[in-house]
Design a binder for this molecule. Structure first.
Ligand SMILES: Nc1ncnc2c1ncn2[C@@H]1O[C@H](COP(=O)(O)OP(=O)(O)O)[C@@H](O)[C@H]1O
Ligand SMILES: [Mg+2]
Length: 340
């Protein structure tokens, strides 16, 4: 095998949902850590809907992957004590797929459409009457004999999750009565999430160990859980099994997660903008080819955190590195542009 053929280890940041996610998912609102304002508002809406025995208004949850959108959707159904029926935008291909789901719902059930921005455009319109008037006009027959029949639907709550609200059409977005954006978590909240996960996974962890993992989890609970698992392995193999700050630090160094929580690909993105493109701006497609990662992954997974940390900026002509990015990589920022 040549060196070129070595497969890159995929970064723990970009992996899709797995068993770990499912086993650690909070089940009730009280187990869901952080996002206090959002929880407050949701719990009022939930209590009001429950007391009126009405379905909750449709909910749109937006935010980068791993911040708790799927968990929250399940929690809403659990709190309302109604069934949770999940699907995803790309899985709905025809109008009939939607009709099959909607007509089979129990009254007040939660219908969860993950990645709702990836719903085919033509199908978005199917949701409009379903969301507004709880009905579904269907064309029966063909040609001159074709007629439209309207099917009544049970009352239900649509919960849509999306990493990019910008890709949703305005008419669809406007039909969600409740809209929330999940933000990256602070280190203190992430430390609580790490301690909770450690308890569930039966990992012995010191408070400082939880903080060390939290600080390097790029504000994302899913990343915190993944790192906890890898640090646990390290603690068992190289240490006494207890996750202390020292053990966590050593394990994360080995995983090439730096003190700002950036992994190898994050740094590669920064290095490419700083070194190859003199700080940018550089277009997303060029960047994607240069670092060998899909555009969507860069935009959904990597960029939000780099933006939030003030390491890159979005400009009309592409992504540009900030002075912080140069400093982080130990590079000299370019001087002011030459006037020649
Ligand atoms: N607020 C939270 N409190 C505790 N754990 C959380 C929280 N948010 C996310 N998690 C953890 O992170 C994992 C990923 O969350 P998930 O809901 O799948 O994110 P998303 O759907 O936004 O990608 C969950 O399995 C859960 O263990
Ligand atoms: Mg999800």
């Amino acid at each position: 095998m040549t060196e070129d053929a070595v497969i890159r280890v995929q970064s723990p940041i970009a992996l899709p949902e797995d068993d770990l996610d499912r086993s650690l998912r909070p089940r009730r609102l009280e187990d869901f850590i952080g996002q206090e304002a959002l929880k407050d508002q949701l719990s009022v809406s939930i209590a009001a809907a429950a007391s009126r025995a009405e379905p909750l208004d449709h909910v749109l949850l937006a935010g980068p992957p791993g911040l708790g959108k799927t968990s929250l959707a399940q929690i809403v159904a659990a709190e309302l004590e109604v069934p949770f029926v999940p699907t995803a935008g790309p899985a709905l291909e025809r109008k009939g797929d939607i009709a099959a789901y909607l007509t089979a719902l129990e009254p007040r059930a939660v219908f969860f459409v993950d990645e709702i921005h990836r719903l085919p455009r033509a199908l978005e319109e199917t949701f409009y009457p379903a969301m507004e008037d709880r009905c579904l006009p269907i064309t029966v027959g063909q040609g001159a004999g074709a007629r439209v029949v309207t099917i009544d639907l049970p009352p239900f709550t649509l919960i849509g999750a999306t990493t990019r609200t910008g890709l949703l059409s305005t008419p669809l977005r406007d039909r969600f009565g409740i809209q929330h954006r999940l933000e990256h978590y602070g280190a203190e909240e992430l430390a609580r999430i790490v301690r909770r996960s450690a308890r569930l996974l039966d990992v012995s962890i010191e408070d400082e160990g939880a903080i060390a993992i939290a600080q390097r989890s790029r504000g994302t609970p899913r990343v915190a859980n993944r790192l906890l698992k890898r640090v646990r392995d390290y603690a068992e193999v190289r240490g006494s099994g207890v996750v202390s700050a020292v053990v966590a630090g050593a394990a994360l160094d080995l995983l090439e997660v730096d003190h700002e929580g950036l992994d190898r690909l994050d740094r590669e993105i920064l290095r490419t903008i700083c070194e190859k493109f003199s700080g940018g701006p550089v277009g997303l497609s060029t960047l994607s080819v240069s670092v060998g990662e899909e555009q969507d992954t860069i935009e959904d997974v990597y960029e939000p955190y780099l933006l939030q940390r003030g390491l890159i900026e979005r400009t009309p002509r592409g992504r540009a590195a900030t002075r912080r990015a140069f400093a982080h990589l130990g590079l000299e920022p370019p001087g002011p542009p030459s006037l020649l």
